[in-house]
Design a protein. Sequence first.
Length: 498
Amino acid sequence: MAGEVIVRFPPSPTGYLHIGGARTAIFNWLFARKHKGKFILRIEDTDVERSTKESVEGILDGLRWLGLDWDEGPYFQSEFHQEHVDVAQRLLEEGKAYKCFCTKEELEKKRQMALKEKRSTVGYDGTCRNLTPEEVREREAKGLPYVIRFKVPKRSGKIGYDDKVLGRIEKDYSEIEDFVIVRSNGRPLYLLCNVVDDIRDRITHIIRGQDHMANTIRQILLYEALGATPPVFAHMPLTLDPKKRKISKRTHGEVVSVQFYREHGFLPWALVNFLVLLGWHTSDNREIFSKEELIEAFSLEGISKANAVFNFNPDDKEKVKKFFTDPKALSINAHYLRTIPVEELAGYVEKELRDAGLWDEAYKGERRDWFLKTIDLIRTRFHTLKDFIGPGRAYFSDEFEYDQKALKKNIHKHPELKELLPELGERLDSVDSWTLETTEEVVRAYCDEKGVKPGIIINGIRTVITGQLKGPGIFDCMVLIGKDRVVRRLKECGALYE
């Protein structure tokens, strides 16, 4: 690719970083890293009423957590207000824009008339386009408010661009109305500001959602008017819920925020891996990538034309209970929990334990080996980091909850265990060397002696000492939970029948 690739991510700080914005940032970041280019962060804070410092910090924090580092910025669009104003004035002076004094009431009346007459276009009819300088001064002298409109060239034929995702996109010049670039309060619109900023920042590629396509042709006209070469455009598919509604903060709430996934135990790269699959794929439909592998594999050609579906359904109460988000997202997160180096995982688990009041400084000292072995054992069935303080809590605390299904199936269904398990606890208490071999030997010998199926005893032990229905090998569990805790829990299991 000739020349340096420069892309940008321009979030509006009017709320948290949601997954749609995060996905846009990821695609741009990957493209920049793939081509050893620059990834610029630009905060588009010109919506003064809705932009907040808290939102800015939330966006920056979300990007950092995802591991999306930027090469320039963050720049703030508001800092370049005067440049935007100057460019609008330049377009006026060059006759490429004009002042429009039409009121909202007049414009609405014209629109209704156009609809009534079933005209092919109902846009602005150019009333003020050909006002003479004297007529403009006359209206200004009266203090009439005005907007500044861009003067779309009167040409035959079409204007278009080659979209890297959607192919050739064109529109007849005759179908493009003279559009507003500066409001009546003197503030330039996003449409103009974006182009001015992209020219200044030397942006070569714009990778954004298809919901921005309505602006693209008009922006190309602005590039042309300003004597600049338009960047390459690639419009990504939208992210929809199962009802085909666009994912949005207003409709779906916190479940579509990056912070939600951080707070619910996702690993950063697992979320990146999941989000990139919403609207992008490789020829072999591979789904799991390391950071280096994803950078190498990413291309604009892999972006799908079809909208992606985020399978979270807030109306399906049972599904929400089972899957608080897209099942594929949970599956990918579970994969990373199982496979990342245990030392790397340990840092994330430490934070969860600290936040839950379960951390022991010995886990960094004399019990480090035990800590690493424990999280390595129990992570195999977990989906999120929260599972270490949920289903995995029994390894770090004597205060843990019992799975009701486990109690019903493994304990209450077998009342004989009320006496058998405490007695087994007494036997285990006499074991001198607490190992896989010795614990298994005692348990199996006890089952033979009592004539009880090993499965009944083993499943009972599992539920009593971990609170769970399933898990890793029971003797591995016993060794890591430790002799004192195992023996005490077995001896006190009678309380589970009350």
